[in-house]
Design a protein around this ligand. Structure first.
Ligand code: NDP
Length: 322
């Protein structure tokens, strides 16, 4: 099979197209022929070596496709079933093996590309909006990178829950997309001090929660945007890692909370995985969650996909098509 392999960590150029042997499913596993795989920022962290993986490895951890073979005890599925998954490494390829209990059925009316676009970022938006800080109607919330993959989905979910959504983006084009997704106010954080603007927009009060995936360049401003006892959900570091910081700031800024959540802990059980993916894929099927899939690349162009994602050139979902 054709696959992208990383033999040494580094820049986008380390993503190399190779001919590798197709993996075989072991006990409780399935082999899936991949029809679309998701590109996520976490793939960049693994490629750079910010997150460790044994070399060489096939990057990627989100895909959708058709079950091609089942290993022993691969219960509950049959060859030909359409499935999607995330959080299992090795998806930048024509085939991948995954544990059967990490696969979810793709509902009728949802394409493989839509499923691959919705799983990781959709369930992330879901846990952030419903669990990390369960949004209540009337809450003011701040979502950074509102035109990004997670951003566009989180805006839609926060609006469904009745929040007033303030979001940040880098360009006018991205601002238009965030507004179309339902954002009430958009701040161009590349041009103005977003924390001061948030205070202005909220009459000095600040927001109940900041969803911050940008990290290094936004962390300070995110803390400064919160109301007393507000929560900063730092769920990524697209601009770099946040340096160590003095916890006393949480006290002096108003008894604040900070959490650093990650998806795997919010789909820790099979029941939770099915519930979150069922909601997300169900909303996609009903047309109640809009996906933006404008960036599709052939598998061989994985390096370009990474360059564009890191270069802030993408909006919504980035897919590789084997
Ligand atoms: P996005 O599509 O959101 O792309 C990242 C965006 O971040 C860019 O488009 C850009 O938007 C913004 N950004 C701001 N500063 C920079 C910078 N210096 N370099 C690059 N981008 C910058 O990506 P994803 O939706 O895939 O992921 C968003 C974030 O969420 C990532 O940090 C990712 O790690 C995290 N994540 C965390 C999960 C978790 O469970 N903890 C799960 C899924 C994702 P703009 O141009 O508008 O500033």
């Amino acid at each position: 099979m054709r696959a992208i392999q990383i033999s040494q960590t580094g820049g986008a150029e380390v993503l190399t197209l190779r001919e590798l042997s197709t993996p075989k499913p072991g006990p409780g596993e399935a082999l899936i022929q991949i029809e679309a795989c998701g590109v996520n920022f976490i793939d960049v962290y693994f490629r750079e070596g910010r997150y460790a993986a044994a070399l060489p490895f096939i990057p990627g951890q989100e895909a959708a496709g058709v079950v091609a073979a089942l290993g022993p005890e691969g219960y509950g599925l049959k060859v030909g079933d359409r499935v999607a998954w995330c959080g299992v490494a090795g998806t930048y390829a024509e085939y991948a093996v995954a544990p059967v209990n990490r696969l979810v059925a793709i509902p009728d009316g949802v394409s493989s590309q839509q499923a691959a676009a919705a799983m990781l970022q959709g369930m992330t938006a879901h846990y952030l909006a419903y669990s990390t800080c369960a949004i209540q109607a009337g809450d003011a919330v701040l979502i950074h990178a509102g035109a990004g993959g997670v951003g566009l989905l989180l805006i839609q979910m926060a609006k469904r829950l009745g929040a007033r959504v303030i979001t940040t983006v880098s360009t006018e084009e991205k601002a238009a997309l965030a507004c179309a997704a339902g954002a009430d106010e958009v701040i161009l954080y590349t041009r103005e001090d977003f924390a001061a603007r948030v205070r202005e927009l909220t009459g000095g009060a600040g927001v109940r929660v900041v969803y911050d995936s940008v990290g290094k360049t936004t962390f300070e401003g995110s803390l400064a945007s919160l109301q007393p006892r507000g929560l900063l959900a730092l769920f990524g570091g697209s601009s770099g890692a946040v340096p160590p910081f003095d916890l006393i700031q949480l006290s002096t800024r108003g008894s604040l909370y900070v959490t650093r959540p990650t998806l795997k802990d919010y789909v820790a059980t099979h029941e939770e995985l099915l519930r979150r993916s069922g909601d997300v894929l169900g909303w996609v099927a009903e047309g109640n969650l809009k996906l933006r899939i404008e960036h599709r690349y052939p598998l061989a162009e994985a390096a370009q996909a990474h360059r564009d994602l890191e270069g802030r050139k993408t909006t919504g979902k980035v897919l590789l098509i084997p």
